[in-house]
Design a protein around this ligand. Sequence first.
Ligand code: SF4
Length: 374
Amino acid sequence: MKPNYYDKFRCTADRCGFTCCQQWKIAVDGETRARWGKVEPSLCNAVEEKEGEHIIALNENRRCPFLEETGLCGLVLRYGDEMLPETCDIFPREIHDFGAFREYALVSCCPAVIDLMYGEESISLTDVRNAGDYGEQAVLSEVRRLMLDWMEREENSPNKNLLMIFYLLLDLYEKDELCLEQLSAYRETGFWEELSAAVDGAVTDLLDSFTERNELFLDLSENYRREGLYREYLEEIGEVAGKFSERCDREKLCEALSQFEQAFLSYRKLVRRFLWSELYSETLPPGGDLEDMLIAVQWLAMEYAAIRHAVFCAWLGQREESGGQMPLPYETVRQYMTVVSRMTGYDDEDIRAYLENSFERLIWDWGYFALITY
Ligand code: SF4
């Protein structure tokens, strides 16, 4: 099963403005190290061991030492694709095995993937499987299907759909047992309408939401900024974010926020697709349970909150420079979708540790989710 745009992906290589061959951990698997040892042992000098993992030792510019000035990979140029570590060979694809079949996805850390999502006529999944094919995860596969269906509903904003999805998960989480029959109640029009009205009735203060997203963004980006990672993307907006405080002119800020939301609205289709794609690829890991799904959706809400905030700060900076009305360029939205996706690309254990250390409870209440998502 895969998204309909999956096979269209092509790495733009030397034309990529945000290469993945920099500023993060590039794992080198055992088979690749053995191959390098046989063909050209000096290649292994580019590998270091950190926290039990073998990774590429980045150079002083935090780039892969095999990345050439031209933006092409020296390993591929000299030895061919077969010398690539599995990580580089697969990226930005993600593969999940469920016994007899596979799910393929494209992750949002690559600008070419965002371009694909943006440009497609419509998005959908091909070769959709039945719940029974997922064995013990049959019910969860249907919960994910429900989430994807809800995210696609265009009568609501993507934000509102995400809020309704989190409500659904919390409701299921409270049940002693889950079965397929229970899910049909959530598909009824009456349930949808009631929930939709309840979400509309929830009151969230614009500035409280903004302040919380600002805190989240500063917290998520702190380590990256301290280590000088993604400097060209984080430094300026980090300064903008650092200046917001209680003493800000609330009226001016509200005006800027509503102007921004208007401009951001023109990317509603892309945002919906981005969230849809993350729900598809991240919420049903093989062997995962409902709690893992809830945590994945919370993490997605954090990622989305940080993207929105980063785009807002970048837009505000551009607006101040231009001295007036400022449209929101697609490149800015794409830039921060990819940067924040890389910044939040933690593994499951690290996500749990982050949530446990930063919040009172591992599973949030709906109000907090709404605060950062509105
Ligand atoms: S980020 Fe995407 S397009 Fe850019 S070099 Fe990596 S795989 Fe290619």
